[in-house]
Each structure stands twice: as structure tokens, then as C-alpha cells.
Design a protein around this ligand. Structure first.
Ligand code: RIB
Length: 329
């Protein structure tokens, strides 16, 4: 298919502010370990000030996936919203520099600043994210142009967008444009609490979209049952489903075909972005016509790379890693 973009993503455009902390610091600050929690602006500022040795990097779940695909050499675009402030300009220019079109220019009007997530990484590699959504949560249908969503061979949608009515509209419009243009659209379930908030919508999306990627907790939350029953139901509902299981075999089901891809269990330096980069590796395989098994293996390689260092995006050429495993020539 001759499209301007091999993959387009739509989601929250978030600058990650990363620091290391121990669990007693999390307790002291009232941070729940291992999840993404939304925070108000004031609390975000307080947490930011409490961070020692902080570093800053572009993040956002689906944006991380699309950036990973861009650095793998696919033509990629990302639909997100940043303010025309220092963080927003940093975000937009970093995406471009990493090889992904950041298609909507930073917005000058309005008062909400660019989004940021204060991420505390524990000594065991677990990450605790505290996200102030800011302008990102104002993403709406007007931010989705025909030229971008209608020109995508694959569209990857972030489940978190469903948290705001205008985000949901943007998501639905992008999916419609992509599929009317002959592309395929899929969703990242985002997190179990997000699934809980939008169960009916997400079950409909599993039936309607072309592929769905989630982890075991998200699939269990979606069908409110044990994992194997949940995956059976998902596979019956959807053309292609993928389930990651942190440190355990990944399960992929497409029609009658079911594949399990083994994962080498390693202690992460920083677990941030593991699912996002799994999705990047998997979608790279999917977009380039690889088998289900090879695509799953690519996902596992990309995920293993990103958890071996701080930050949610790859630091090496992941294609080299695919070559070393004999997955590409
Ligand atoms: O999945 C990891 C991402 O989720 C949050 O949205 C952070 O921005 C981080 O980069």
C-alpha cells in the first residue's frame, strides 16, 4: 500500500522527567509504586522540585512506540498536542530528530502547559509515573487531519485518550479516516485502570479494530476473568490480539493461529516503556510482512533493549539486534 506513513500514532504527548528513588521516598511522597497516576499541576510541581538528578526525555506511551518505529526506519507520524512552551518545543523537536513527523505545531493560545510525567525508578527497576496531563488532554478531533490519519497504512491508538470526551472523538475520527483510506487501525489498552473506566468502549474496539495490544492485567480487567478465559474471548472477538506478560511468554493470536514467544527474564534497570517498545518491535514486523512469531520476537528484543537502561526509547539501533538474531538480513 502506497501511503505517506507506514505508521501513525495518536496519543498523549508527554515529557518524561526521570529520577531514581527508593521505596521509602515513594511512601513519604504518597506515590503508589508501579502504576501511572494522574496528578494535578501543583502536586506535579511539588514532585518535580523533590526530584534529584532529574533527566528529561520525550515520552508518552504510543508516542514511544511510534518513535521506536521511526528509529527502525519506518515512515512515521504522531498526532499529539503540546503548548508552545519550552517543554512543548523540546518535545516536538525531539520527535522530529528521532525520525517521526510531529504533525501538529505547538499551540500558542490557551493556558494549559505541555504535559509532563514525573517518573521515579526504584532500585528493582519498577517505575512509578505521576502524570500531569496539561494541554495533552485537550487533544480533539480538529487535531486529526485527513492528510495524516487518512494516509496511514497502520494507525496505533492510545487507550488513555478515552479519558476525555474530545480525546475519544479524536481517536474515533482518526480510526475512521485510516480505515476509510484502506489502512488498519489498532489500540494499546494502556493500563488496567483505564480499561476499567472504559470497559464497554474497549470491548467494542476489540471487535471493531484490526489489532489490539495489551498486557495480562489489561486483558483480565477487560473481560473481568482469568487470563486464559479472557484471551479466548478476545481471540474470538478480534482478528489479532497480543498479550505481554512481563517476564513471561508473550501470546499472539490471529485467527486460528496462536503463537507463544519466550521471554528472557532479566532484572530491568528501568521498566518504563517496556510495553511501548514491545509494541514497536511487534508493529515493525507486522508492517513489514513478517510472520506472527517473528513479529513477536522482534517485540521481545525491542522491549529487552529498552529496559536495560533509563528512559522509554531505544538507545541503540534495534535493527542491529534483529540482524544478530537472524530475523532480518
Ligand atoms: O509507557 C511509558 C510512558 O507512559 C507515560 O505516559 C510516560 O510518558 C512514559 O513515557
Amino acid at each position: 500500500m502506497n501511503k505517506k506513513y507506514q505508521v501513525v500514532g495518536i496519543g498523549n504527548a508527554i515529557v518524561d522527567v526521570i529520577s531514581q528513588s527508593d521505596d521509602s521516598f515513594l511512601d513519604l511522597m504518597g506515590i503508589q509504586k508501579g502504576i501511572m497516576q494522574l496528578v494535578e499541576r501543583e502536586r506535579g510541581e511539588m514532585l518535580y522540585a523533590a526530584m534529584t538528578n532529574r533527566t528529561q526525555a520525550p515520552g508518552g506511551s504510543v508516542a514511544n512506540t511510534v518513535a521506536g518505529l521511526g528509529s527502525l526506519g519506518l515512515t512515521t507520524g504522531f498526532i499529539g498536542r503540546v503548548h508552545d512552551d519550552a517543554l512543548g518545543r523540546f518535545y516536538a523537536s525531539s520527535m522530529q530528530a528521532e525520525g517521526t513527523d510531529f504533525v501538529n505545531p505547538p499551540v500558542a493560545e490557551g493556558e494549559l502547559p505541555s504535559s509532563r510525567s514525573m517518573i521515579f525508578v526504584s532500585p528493582d527497576g519498577e517505575r512509578s509515573m505521576n502524570t500531569y496531563l496539561g494541554i495533552s488532554s485537550e487533544l480533539g478531533p480538529d487535531d486529526v487531519s485527513d492528510d495524516v490519519a487518512g494516509n496511514a497504512a497502520l494507525l496505533f491508538l492510545e487507550g488513555y485518550l478515552y479519558d476525555k470526551p474530545q480525546g475519544k472523538e479524536a481517536f474515533e475520527r482518526a480510526a475512521k479516516l485510516c480505515r476509510e483510506g484502506g489502512g488498519k487501525a489498532g489500540i494499546a489498552l494502556s493500563d488496567p485502570f483505564c480499561v476499567d473506566r472504559h470497559r464497554d468502549d474497549f470491548r467494542r474496539l476489540v471487535r471493531d479494530l484490526d489489532f489490539v495490544i495489551g498486557n495480562e492485567h489489561e486483558w483480565q480487567s477487560l473481560y473481568q476473568t482469568d487470563l486464559s478465559t479472557a484471551l479466548e474471548q478476545a481471540a474470538a472477538d478480534s482478528g489479532l490480539i497480543v498479550c505481554t506478560r512481563s517476564g513471561h511468554d508473550v501470546v499472539l493470536v490471529q485467527g486460528d493461529q496462536q503463537v507463544s514467544v519466550p521471554v528472557n527474564e532479566i532484572v530491568p534497570v528501568d521498566a518504563t516503556g517496556a510495553g511501548d517498545q514491545f509494541a514497536a518491535g511487534f508493529l515493525y514486523g507486522f508492517a513489514t510482512g513478517q510472520s506472527l512469531e517473528v513479529s513477536g520476537r522482534m517485540g521481545c528484543i525491542a522491549a529487552a533493549e529498552v529496559i536495560s537502561h533509563y528512559g522509554a526509547r531505544p538507545e541503540v539501533d534495534v535493527k542491529d539486534l534483529f540482524r544478530k538474531e537472524g530475523l532480518i538480513g
